[in-house]
Design a binder for this molecule. Structure first.
Ligand code: CP3
Length: 342
């Protein structure tokens, strides 16, 4: 189906756009009262994420209510470990927890490579329903966690400031680490291909914990697996967002991806110089959205001025924070549209 608004895809492919496309990481399911109403009806995050009609409904909300140039499928990066045989729970006010974790090669033998058509059918169904609901208005973004970030959760079992349990494995048992990273990578490639077959127009990899690794460890334990995924996904553009990996920008820029996501620690001009041939995405500090309307507009103007309007997808530098006023979000989106129009 032809898209009415394909700004995001054109920008991703490096084509000219009449203005910069804008969307927000974590736009579905954090800030909208309309989301919380559906979430309450569902009873739990996991019920919502595994009920395709409801997942599709909350995926569409930001498109209808905020005016973003893309939808991102409502799900979580942790559906991959679950599909591999390691289920998670979502604890209210705390976040995800894995009742059991993996630490030895014997543990890994109990896992399997995810089979998306069975293990993750609910996501694929949600994508199909969302595409119908979108009716070509804007593209749909599919996503997955990068293997290293998923490895963190499967070994640590929950969020952590240091992920020292996960990192211990990298130093103490590289054989175990590479085996698990490869299992995750194979599962993720199958999963992203299935998302694309179901209708995802572009896919993003979230390496949310990239920044806890040293540059050397990042080159050994994260980049090669992201590279395998980028090389395998040839159907649609791929975005790589590696939070905190400022030290790896040049190498990320040399991957066969189309878009590189920046966080707010990454200088824009320096990033353009390090990554000359790709579209960049980002990178407003989500905390700017706590400031006044005038200040938000001024910060957006500065950001668009620094990126330039082409080969650019406007976004925050990480997910929008849950206590952000939706009117401030609308201000951010409108300001991008205004300041980037040719
Ligand atoms: O972008 C979107 O809005 C689509 C939905 C989406 C969710 N999680 C829904 C969610 C996406 C893209 C994610 C990705 C995700 N999940 C990441 C990568 C992005 C990032 O933030 O770095 C990570 C690290 C996770 C793991 C995760 N899931 C955490 C740490 C938490 C708890 C904190 C939080 O974000 O609320 C979750 C839970 C989660 N994932 C919720 C939602 C809507 C909240 C659960 C609830 O409603 O109770």
């Amino acid at each position: 189906m032809n898209l009415k608004n394909d700004l995001l895809l054109r920008a991703a492919r490096g084509e000219k756009t009449e203005r910069t496309p804008v969307w927000m990481m974590r736009q579905a399911g954090r800030i909208l009262a309309e989301y919380r109403a559906v979430r309450e009806k569902a009873g739990s995050f996991i019920k919502l994420a595994t009920t395709p009609e409801m997942a599709a409904e909350v995926t569409l909300q930001p498109v209808d209510l905020l005016g973003v140039d893309a939808a991102i499928i409502f799900s979580d990066i942790l559906v991959i470990p679950e599909a591999m045989g390691l289920p998670y729970e979502m604890v209210e006010q705390r976040g995800p927890v894995f009742p059991s974790t993996v630490h030895t090669l014997e543990d890994l033998q109990k896992l399997h490579i995810a089979e998306p058509e069975t293990d993750l059918k609910y996501v694929l169904d949600a994508i199909k329903i969302t595409k119908e609901g979108l009716a070509g208005r804007v593209p749909l973004i599919g996503f997955a966690g990068a293997p290293f970030t998923i490895f963190c959760y499967m070994t640590e079992g929950k969020g952590s400031k240091t992920f020292s349990v996960a990192k211990k494995h990298l130093y103490a048992d590289p054989g175990f680490s590479h085996t698990l990273l490869q299992q995750i990578t194979d599962s993720t490639i199958a999963y992203l291909k299935a998302q694309i077959a179901a209708g995802a127009d572009i896919v993003q990899l979230f390496d949310s914990w990239a920044g806890i690794l040293s540059p050397e460890q990042y080159r050994i334990f994260s980049l090669p697996y992201i590279k395998q995924i980028c090389d395998a996904i040839t159907e649609v553009p791929v975005t790589v967002f590696a939070k905190g990996a400022f030290f790896a920008r040049k190498e990320i820029g040399e991957l066969s991806c189309s878009v590189v996501g920046l966080d707010w620690n990454m200088d824009i001009a320096e990033s353009r110089a390090l990554i000359p041939d790709k579209t960049l995405q980002g990178n407003l500090d989500p905390c700017v959205l706590y400031s006044s309307y005038d200040q938000i507009r001024a910060e957006v103007k500065k950001m668009v001025g620094q990126f330039g309007t082409q080969r650019y997808i406007a976004n925050l530098g990480h997910g929008v924070y849950p206590d952000t006023d939706p009117d401030k979000v609308r201000c951010f989106i409108e300001a991008v549209k205004e300041y980037s129009s040719l």
